[in-house]
Write a protein that binds this ligand. Sequence first.
Ligand code: SF4
Length: 381
Amino acid sequence: MGRRTGARAGGDGLEARAIAAVRRALLRWYARTARDLPWRRAPDPYRVWVSETMLQQTQVERVCDAFGRFLDSFPTVSALAAAEESAVLRAWEGLGYYRRARQLHAAARVVVAEHGGRLPEDDGALRRLPGIGRYTAGAIRSIALGQPAPIVEANSRRVLARLVGHRAEVGGAADEPLWQVAARLVPPRGAGAFNQALMDLGATVCTPRAPRCPRCPLLGHCRAHAGGLTGSIPRLPRPRAAEVREETALVIRHAEHVLVEQRRPGEWWEGLWDFPRLPASGLAGLRPGPPHEIGRIVYTVTHHRITLRVVVRRAARRTKLAPPRAWVSVADLAGLALSSPGRRIARMLADDGTEPPPRRRSRYVPAPGTTSSSAREKKRA
Ligand code: SF4
């Protein structure tokens, strides 16, 4: 972006005329090329909130699949607030990072209890809700409410950094200069379209590797392109090295039932059901037979790469279990909110000759002998 005498420019060097030109170019491009995504068809605050929460750390294609399913189960904030956590987690399957689902659920309850079931419209009140940060609040305010609120997420951050030639490292607090650029660029009218255009441009044209600059509406304004710096901007923090480890999952089986346990607070997949990991205590009373390995699963959680050995042991009897453990039939695994490796083990069991029925959507089948979380809450009350 060139400098002009007499034009007001911030620390990023953006002058008023260039800002107007960037807005125009981006909005025209978006009018021609906007992606048809399910949550864009009726962008009310609830749908924008759900979709933006899903889109954090999850690819658009996966979110497209999950969004409609989630909205069918929980069409309103009130419906989400009234749901059991296990049903919300079940509907979240396939998206990972379940903390987002728990926070969405907790925030829905606050919205119903404190805001009459309507999402608040101001930045401070939105950001006091569990799981809503600066980005999500900006997306809700701009896309659903038309307020001129800036956003910075992975795609828009890349576009903004390249546009202004921002050479410093980005990420977390280091994104502050880019938030300032975004705040100067977002137009007073059409903020939602502008922010979505930024994200679309980053997703489809200004990609991490080999950006398609000749097709970019911002080509004439872009400092990274002009300076041959698209390969080095944005400068991302060095990724943490993966920690490799091996674990063993234990499938204790008695006839058509298997033993599952619910992940405790603070554990990965908190609130979801899974198979016990070795070493597992408190199983002596089952008098399980010798282990029989049925396969291995490799998966990644945060920066851990885990090889999970899956062994089956036949129990001599089905003893009474106390929560968080329960017996559940192999058929009912399909309706249970399982962790991601737990779901894969359930499929292995199906291949082992006991096929679970097709997955039931968002339906939680409490395991025999257990009490659902909402029932426990009612009992406590
Ligand atoms: S010109 Fe190239 S680097 Fe610059 S914003 Fe467009 S696609 Fe990205």
